[in-house]
Design a binder for this molecule. Structure first.
Ligand SMILES: NC(=O)c1ccc[n+]([C@@H]2O[C@H](COP(=O)([O-])OP(=O)(O)OC[C@H]3O[C@@H](n4cnc5c(N)ncnc54)[C@H](O)[C@@H]3O)[C@@H](O)[C@H]2O)c1
Length: 262
């Protein structure tokens, strides 16, 4: 029976289920990849984006401080993250940008070819299908599916929408590796089951529902409202901390002194 899987979205403590590294990689590299915390995996993807931009600008080497600043993390955390990749840089020189890119790509499983199917070509599905950022980062969209007869055959982002009934055959034929679910929640499990029947092992789920999948399938759930709740939590916590800093005589450090000093 399908198991309910961890579908965390913001990366907490448990080790991430990183896709296997390519066949030529040694077992030690696989072990290393399995031990990387999920939050570090998310940061590695950010470093990769920053490094790719630098490589395009012709940057050859970069210090950990420069890369940390560009990625918005502190340099101690960056060095720790890069140690998971097995990359320690050269003292006084820093990291070779191209080497670091290929090391992170290998750990993230990006040396494998990926191909994406988007299911549910409504508001969200249209935006995702039209987004040019996926192909340029190694995730070309290969197929679109919907149930609405008005949409079937209509190209979105240059790819014609196919009927959901053909999803298994088309996913197998086009070797789809990642299925993106952007359907109403009531049909998301059925869509997920069909993707899995079509050989898809990675599911990115936007529908507000927990999906059951077999053990060999990975699911990530994206929920922007949860991200906003997390932002709200951090702002509220900061406000609480500022309130707690009010001194016993009622003055607020850094605020009332400034007023008194005027
Ligand atoms: N995670 C987030 O932050 C986030 C943000 C926006 C929307 N959503 C979710 O994404 C989903 C899509 O939202 P939307 O605004 O694009 O909805 P929408 O109604 O505009 O689009 C849904 C599409 O799914 C299609 N569909 C319905 N049943 C189908 C099936 N069995 N197989 C294939 N396609 C089917 C519909 O024909 C329609 O084109 C919803 O579940 C919504 O809650 C999530």
């Amino acid at each position: 029976m399908a198991a309910q899987r961890d579908q965390g979205h913001n990366g907490d403590q448990p080790p991430a289920a990183v896709p296997d590294v390519s066949a030529r990689d040694v077992p030690a590299a696989r072990e290393r990849a399995r031990a990387i915390p999920e939050a570090a995996v998310a940061r590695l993807a950010v470093y990769l984006r920053v490094l790719s931009g630098m490589a395009e600008d012709g940057v050859g080497t970069i210090s950990s401080e420069e890369l940390a600043a560009a990625a918005g993390v502190n340099s101690a955390k960056l060095r720790k993250d890069l140690s998971y990749v097995g990359s320690y840089g050269t003292r006084g020189v820093g990291y070779d940008v191209d080497v670091l890119i290929s090391e992170i790509e290998r750990i993230l499983g990006l040396t494998r070819k990926h191909s994406v199917a988007v299911v549910g070509i409504g508001n969200l599905g249209h935006a995702l299908a039209n987004y040019g950022g996926f192909p340029s980062r190694g995730f070309p969209v290969a197929a679109l599916f919907d149930v609405d007869s008005d949409l079937i055959g209509v190209p979105v982002g240059g790819i014609p929408v196919e009927h959901i009934d053909d999803i298994e055959a088309i996913c197998r034929d086009r070797e789809v590796t990642i299925g993106v679910i952007a359907t109403p929640p009531a049909v998301a499990q059925d869509v997920c089951d069909r993707l899995v029947s079509g050989g898809v092992q990675c599911i990115l789920n936007f529908a507000p529902v927990v999906l059951g999948v077999p053990d060999h399938v990975e699911v990530r759930k994206v929920d922007l409202a949860v991200e906003m709740q997390i932002l709200s939590f951090h702002v509220a916590r900061r406000a609480d901390e500022a309130q707690a800093e009010v001194t016993v005589d009622g003055t607020r450090p850094g605020v009332d002194e400034a007023v008194v000093g005027r």
